[in-house]
Design a protein around this ligand. Structure first.
Ligand code: ZN
Length: 429
């Protein structure tokens, strides 16, 4: 998006002007101030979390690189160094689940079901997808969505006009007029997205009785993590069996394929969730000047994700402009935090539910006790520091990357075995 660069640079100036009027050094500092801790401490806190999960990401990166090398050969993807960003099945290389078929375990990689096919076979349509998402929240003891949600939401792509299809959730009156705007297709991705968006709506309605200034998420990472947490249960074969989509639940031999598929989305996302704002913090502070926008973006991609563009970028390239949240000026660290929080929520909820099996098979569907503690957190909105909201649901009050590590532990062991004899990692120079 080369034509966007000058406008973006001007927007950065205007945003910084406003941030300075509010008493912040720049817009990055304003964004870092929303986490109930000094802004510098927050940046260090994200470094600490990243250091915890990075070894895991490197194992996944190493395994995927070897599989891509096996498929495409040394000339396209060498078995060392960075991965070519265009081989990962996603425009921004932020989630890699679309190339599961390429990187599936060499033996026994086939999963006995494909969620998209299950939904189609059961004749789901867009409305039924959303109804099913609502059904999960209701099963936890929360109220059904209001009638106006069904009358006013955009659930399918309108036939008579162009719309922005990027899924979003809205709260129109700070009370009950909650809606989603999606172009829902019947597939596994959108099944998950429905649960994500409804998480925003359920959060919004839960905190509607707080004073106006507190009608918001405990922090912005919470807002993104609510629906993702519900989605972790909703994607399990345990749950798909409970609602009749899956006739039998697969055995332990499908644990690695399932976890690998999840990791291609959840673990692969972590460095991307971090690097978008690492780049922007430098842009807002002036450390990165407009002329260096794209080279800095490519350097961050390499440093955090271990990815490279397929070839040299043109001098006028502005790759970050292609990411919705950059021109939209939506902070992005929230998604990195949400990727950590959702597993904290899930581990705590499964413990409350008395679940003793592997974490990745746990579904809290229908559990009112979990629902009551979940709702206690939702109702707090932004009225307390986020650490208190975290405590209300999980019993612990901090950022804790050990939950995501617990969830993926069996896969991490497996990856290490697969990577034996390979030189993992890449040079960021
Ligand atoms: Zn969201």
């Amino acid at each position: 998006s080369p034509v966007m660069r000058d406008d973006y640079a001007r927007m950065v100036e205007i945003a910084n002007e406003g941030s300075r009027e509010l008493g912040f050094a720049d817009t990055g500092a304003l964004w870092r101030s929303g986490y109930d801790m000094p802004a510098d401490d927050f940046a260090a806190e994200t470094d600490r979390l990243w250091a915890k999960v990075k070894p895991f990401y490197e194992n996944l990166h190493c395994y995927v690189r070897a599989r891509l090398n096996a498929k495409y050969g040394d000339a396209v993807q060498p078995d060392h160094g960075a991965i070519r960003a265009d081989l990962l099945g996603n425009m921004w290389s932020q989630q890699w689940g679309n190339i599961y078929d390429v990187v599936a375990p060499p033996s026994g990689g086939a999963s006995s079901y494909d969620l998209t096919e299950l939904l189609k076979a059961a004749d789901y349509d867009a409305t039924k997808m959303v109804k099913t998402g609502e059904g999960f929240y209701v099963s936890l003891g929360l109220d059904p969505l209001p009638q106006t949600f069904w009358e006013r939401s955009q659930i399918t792509r309108p036939r008579d006009r162009e719309v922005v299809c990027h899924a979003s959730a809205w709260d129109l009156d700070n009370a009950d007029d909650i809606r989603i705007k999606m172009c829902t297709n019947v597939n596994g991705d959108d099944f998950y997205t429905v649960h994500h968006e409804l998480g925003h709506n359920y959060y919004q309605r839960a905190y509607k009785n707080q004073p106006m200034l507190f009608r918001n998420g405990a922090n912005d990472g919470f807002h993104e993590a609510i629906g993702d947490f519900v989605g972790l249960s909703a994607l399990t074969p345990t749950y798909l069996n409970q609602i009749g989509l899956l006739k039998t639940t697969p055995g332990a031999e499908e644990d690695i394929p399932f976890l690998l598929k999840m990791a291609l989305d959840k673990i692969a996302f972590l460095p991307f969730g971090l690097m978008v704002d690492r780049w922007r913090w430098d842009v807002f502070s002036g450390e990165t000047a407009p002329a260096a926008y794209n080279t800095a973006w490519t350097a961050d991609m390499l440093q955090y994700q271990g990815l490279v563009p397929p070839g040299p970028r043109p001098a006028n390239a502005f790759d970050p402009g292609a990411k919705y949240h950059v021109p939209g000026n939506t902070p992005y660290t929230r998604y990195f935090l949400a990727a950590i929080y959702q597993f904290q929520f899930q581990r705590a909820a499964c413990k409350q539910a008395g679940w003793t099996g592997p974490l990745h098979r746990c579904s809290v569907y229908g559990n009112n006790e979990v629902g009551a503690r979940f709702n206690a957190m939702l109702q707090m909105g932004q009225s307390q520091p986020w650490q208190e909201a975290m405590k209300a649901f999980t019993g612990d009050g901090g950022n804790d990357a050990s939950a995501i590590a617990d969830y993926f532990a069996p896969l991490n062991d497996w990856l290490q075995e697969q990577n034996r004899g390979h030189q993992c990692g890449w040079s960021a120079a």
